[in-house]
Design a protein around this ligand. Sequence first.
Ligand code: NAD
Length: 486
Amino acid sequence: MKVAVVGSGYVGLVAGACLADLGHEVTLVDSDKEKLNTLKAGVVPIHEKFLPELVARNSRAGRLVFSDSLPEAVGKSLVIFIAVGTPAMETGDPDLSYVEEVVSVIAKHVDHYKVVVEKSTVPVLTHEQIRKVMLLNGAPAEAFDVVSNPEFLREGTAVQDFLYPDRIVVGVSNEKSASILRDLYEPLVQGAYCRRSDAVPASAGQNGKTEFIVTSAKSAELIKHASNAFLAMKISFINAVASLCDAVGANVEEVSKGIGADHRIGRSFLRPGIGFGGSCFPKDLTAFQLVARECGVNFSLLEKVVEINHEQRNRFLRKVRGALWTLKGKRLAVLGLAFKGGTDDIRESPAIAIIKGLLEEGAQVAAFDPAAMERTQSVLGQSIVYAETPYAACHSAHALLILTDWPEFKDLDLARIRREMRHPIVIDGRNMFHPEDMANAGFHYYSMGRTTPPAASSHPRGPVTPISPGLELQELNGSTTMTAAR
Ligand code: NAD
């Protein structure tokens, strides 16, 4: 099938490369000339596992081309995906002007039947606006259908999520467009793709079974917002439970295991941390709240989800103060800048928000991230030191803060980290390590919703006084005051 994907960002580039890998002929369109030139030169501008391989093999095979000409791409395609950004405006509403701009160009170049697919995340009823703009710009009513096909991929595992989705939702107004989308996704729905010897492998937990769900366009639009809101709610819920665990000295991992064993609840998204971020949850939650308000529906639950999420960052900062007392002049090592592991995306990253808070209190930060350092420089400039390795970041640090769940952080040489640091204090906002392992490695280890065991005292710089669980030792800072850790 001939397909155009408009917008080659985190969603469009992944969707385009994956659709090409299914055998479709894909034209990826973007208005950003620099990005297009990078892609044409064979360089993938974002960090996403398997994406460089997919882009390379499908470009080589001629199934994936990059273009700045939307009219040309529209002319030759049956299906046109709109995957441009819908960032939040000051009001919290998503900025739909990029979508409108693209739709008005598509409308003018519809010469025979096309399916216009809303892939960007948009508020319910946007498909009606798209249809209106198509008609206003001269597209004949019988020459197009508008379909909502929300995207559920997660950055960091985007390619595998796209190729092994739990479900594909298509919101349509007739069988014709539903059947075209069914054909387009057939290799995923029928499982032919995963049987291919050169298929991208599924990740753990993905079984290649995909439900193809046909709904009205309104329902499809709501499914996307409601899914993100529900996942965000699970995160805030477990973060609030983790605070309770901290307060009473319980272990949130045991609690979430016990909760998640109930199949009605499930185990996923029950890991506490420093809160959610990224380009989707915060913006989509706000947009969903506004939709509910406009419809006269009381959905104040969503406000609480956002509130708890925001508070989580403050709670982490309080943990840092609890462990270090004052922050002015303290040298802090930070591991992780991206909003989650596996991506270079720093949009709404809680790590960046926390670093800003630390800097405001006069701390010095040396940070390392496997992929997000360049993007962070455009936001934080030279206000922090960008270390070449995790160990360099830890050099002479009063404490190490773990802010992103990059899996490779689990493999760090803890003894080396400890040797680099001035004081063996680790405050883990992502629960990457086991408290006992960290204590055995000689660290004062603070995490989210788990008690702090006493550190073993074998520090090469001299013995470290063990501390009682739940208490902070200020001796490391020249004072012997004990303060509650919570
Ligand atoms: P992005 O900012 O990474 O990419 C958007 C791209 O659209 C950019 O490359 C930009 O240059 C291009 N663009 C903007 N205006 C254009 C125009 N007029 N013509 C051609 N190209 C244009 O955004 P993203 O993260 O890929 O998100 C895209 C949409 O998908 C958003 O609505 C987002 O909410 C949704 N979404 C994102 C994710 C995610 O994990 N990032 C997941 C699901 C859904």
